[in-house]
Write a protein that binds this ligand. Structure first.
Ligand SMILES: Nc1ncnc2c1ncn2[C@@H]1O[C@H](COP(=O)(O)OP(=O)(O)OP(=O)(O)O)[C@@H](O)[C@H]1O
Ligand SMILES: [Mg+2]
Length: 193
């Protein structure tokens, strides 16, 4: 197992599910220290939200960026679809700006879809989509494959997806004949027998 100390735990926010191991004598430290076992990644959607303090400090600057986003938003509302690519080095404030923009949209009816990529999942095709479906269906960590399938079907029943389309998502259904390149390869976790 991976064991961490209290100061590391504070840095992790709630990114991981931890087990309190209580005070331990650890090699190289004087006296005992509280130790935690990292059990697994928690199912938080957003790294930014998992790590950020409950209350954000006031936004500094970024007026121009917010105004630009609002102009794009009003164009989108008038029927002209918009795409905004927000890019910059780590820690420059991309997530913070997105959160500030989201606050401004509070009174405006909209649907928000969020997909998160991760360098740890580069080998898993469509990982952000799979995670989004898992959250949408409400998978719990201890769910059996059958329970997951029932939840997934309940979720998909809200759409008008046809059985052959559902086959892309829940492998119990026959997969349409596709080349290996076109066939979605789910990550190990959500595979349905
Ligand atoms: N304009 C700002 N005013 C106040 N705080 C800010 C501002 N921009 C960023 N911060 C703070 O700086 C920290 C890093 O910002 P943020 O997480 O948004 O960076 P990022 O660009 O999304 O980084 P990463 O690429 O690692 O995701 C956060 O604590 C955030 O609240
Ligand atoms: Mg970010």
């Amino acid at each position: 197992m991976v064991v961490i100390c209290d100061s590391t735990r504070r840095l992790l926010g709630n990114l991981f599910e931890l087990e309190d191991l209580g005070p331990r004598e650890l090699n190289g430290t004087a006296g005992s220290a509280r130790a935690w076992a990292a059990l697994r990644a928690s199912s938080v959607a957003s790294r930014f939200e998992a790590l950020r303090a409950p209350a954000l400090t006031a936004l500094v600057g970024r007026q121009e960026e917010l105004e630009l986003l609002l102009r794009r938003w009003s164009r989108a509302k008038s029927g002209e679809g918009q795409v905004v690519l927000l890019t910059g080095e780590a820690g420059i404030g991309k997530s913070r700006l997105a959160a500030a923009f989201q606050d401004l949209l509070k009174g405006d009816p909209h649907t928000r879809l969020r997909y998160f990529c991760s360098p740890h999942h580069q080998d898993s095709a469509l990982n952000p989509l799979i995670r989004q479906l898992e959250r949408g269906a409400g998978f719990a960590r201890d769910d059996t494959a059958d329970e997951k399938l029932i939840k997934l079907e309940a979720l998909l029943a809200q759409s008008n997806a046809q059985p052959d389309e559902i086959g892309f998502i829940a492998a119990r259904y026959p997969l349409p004949e596709l080349s290996p390149q076109k066939r979605p390869r789910p990550a190990p976790a959500p595979r349905i027998p």
